[in-house]
Design a binder for this molecule. Structure first.
Ligand SMILES: *Cc1c(COP(=O)(O)O)cnc(C)c1O
Length: 337
C-alpha cells in the first residue's frame, strides 16, 4: 500500500517554513459549551488567523515552495472566498502576481476583501467547477501555477500545522472536531493528530446541503453533488472527480463525518456569539452545531472544536443571530454580488 500524501514530517516542515507568516492561534476553554454538553470543550480560534481563516497556512506553505521562475509567472486559484483571500495575502507578502477565479455564488464582501489585497479577480461561471476551467486556461496559456484550495500535499501540510499547535497546547485531547469540505483542513489535522495523539478521535462536520465528501465516502469514490446555497458557504463545492490526496486521507484517518442543518448552523453562530463573544462564519460554526445537537456519539473528556474562520458579511451576521427560531436559509441572489 502506498503511503498517504501527507505525514507528520511534512506538517513539521510546513510549520518551520510558515512560522513567521502565520499566527499560533489561541486554544481557549469554552465555559458555557462545556457546561451545556458535560464535556471539557476548547475552541481553536482560527477566526483570529491572518485573513480571518486558517487557509493562509496552506496557501503560504504552497507558495513558499515555488521556484524564482514560477514566482515571476504568478499564481492562479479558484476559490469560494477564504482561499482566494489567503492566496492574495500570501502573494502580496511574497511579491508574486495572483489571479483569483471565482463563481457568481461568492458573497460580495469576500470579493472586495480579495481585491483590496491586490489580487486580480476573475468571475467565471455559476459554480466552482466552471471557475476552475478559467483557472486551467491561465495555467495552460500563461504558465501560471495553480494553488489548489485543498487537494495538494503542501496545502494539506500547511493546514495540518493547526494539529501541531493543538497538540502543543493540549497534548491529550479525546476528540478534535473539524469543519469539512474538500478535506485539506481535516486531512492535515488528522495526519498530525494520529501521529502525536493516536487515541484522539478526529471528526468532520459539514452541512447537509451539498455534502460532497460525505457522499463520496459513502460511495467509496469521489462523487459530484449539487452545489446549493448554504450559510456555510465556505464549505461549498465538490472534492473534484480526480481527487488525488484528500479523499484517501479522510477515508483512512478520519473517524466519523456528521451533517448539520441550516437552522442548526444559524443557532450555533448565535450561541458562539452570545456565550463566547466570537463572530464565526457559518462554515466555522458547524462543529459547535454538531455538539449542541448531540450528533456525535460517544463523546467524553476533552474536546477541541476548530472555529475555522470569521469572514461573514457583518449585516448578514447580525440578521442571522437576531432571527432566533426562524430558519434563515440563504438565497443565491442575496449572497452574490
Ligand atoms: C475552506 C474552509 C473550510 C473547509 O476546509 P477544507 O480543507 O476544504 O475541508 C472550513 N471552514 C472555513 C472557514 C473555510 O474557509
Amino acid at each position: 500500500m502506498t503511503p498517504l500524501s501527507v505525514d507528520i514530517d511534512d506538517v513539521r516542515e510546513a510549520r518551520s517554513l510558515i512560522r513567521n507568516e502565520i499566527r499560533h492561534t489561541p486554544l481557549t476553554p469554552a465555559g458555557a459549551l462545556s457546561a451545556d454538553t458535560g464535556l471539557e470543550v476548547f475552541l481553536k480560534l482560527e477566526t483570529l488567523q491572518e485573513t480571518g481563516s486558517f487557509k493562509v497556512r496552506g496557501a503560504t506553505n504552497r507558495m513558499l515552495r515555488l521556484s524564482p521562475a514560477e514566482r515571476r509567472r504568478g499564481v492562479v486559484t479558484v476559490s469560494t472566498g477564504n482561499h482566494g483571500r489567503a492566496v492574495a495575502h500570501a502573494a502580496a507578502r511574497l511579491g508574486i502576481p495572483a489571479v483569483v477565479c471565482m463563481s457568481t455564488l461568492v458573497p460580495g464582501n469576500k470579493i472586495q476583501a480579495i481585491e483590496a489585497l491586490g489580487a486580480e479577480i476573475r468571475i467565471a461561471g455559476d459554480n466552482q467547477d466552471e471557475a476552475g476551467h478559467e483557472a486551467a486556461r491561465l495555467v495552460e496559456e500563461q504558465a501560471m501555477t495553480l494553488v489548489p484550495p485543498f487537494d495538494d500535499p503542501h496545502v494539506i501540510a500547511g493546514q495540518g500545522t493547526i494539529g501541531l499547535e493543538i497538540h502543543e497546547d493540549l497534548p491529550e485531547p479525546d476528540a478534535i472536531i473539524v469543519p469539512l469540505s474538500g478535506g485539506g483542513l481535516i486531512g492535515g489535522v488528522a495526519a498530525a493528530t494520529k501521529a502525536l495523539a493516536p487515541r484522539a478521535r478526529v471528526i468532520g462536520v459539514t452541512m447537509d446541503r451539498g455534502a460532497a465528501m460525505f457522499e463520496s465516502l459513502k460511495a467509496g469514490h469521489p462523487v459530484e453533488v449539487e452545489e446549493l446555497p448554504t450559510l456555510a458557504d465556505s464549505l461549498g463545492g465538490g472534492i473534484g472527480p480526480d481527487n488525488r490526496h484528500t479523499f484517501r486521507l479522510v477515508r483512512e484517518l478520519v473517524d466519523d463525518v456528521v451533517l448539520v442543518s441550516e437552522a442548526e448552523i444559524a443557532a450555533a453562530m448565535g450561541y458562539i456569539f452570545r456565550t463566547a463573544g466570537l463572530v464565526t462564519e457559518g462554515a466555522a460554526a458547524v462543529g459547535v452545531a454538531a455538539l449542541m445537537t448531540g450528533r456525535i456519539s460517544d463523546l467524553a473528556g476533552a474536546v477541541v472544536v476548530v472555529l475555522s474562520g470569521r469572514n461573514v458579511d457583518p449585516d448578514r451576521f447580525i440578521e442571522i443571530v437576531t432571527r432566533a427560531g426562524e430558519v434563515p436559509v440563504p438565497s443565491p441572489r442575496r449572497d452574490s454580488g
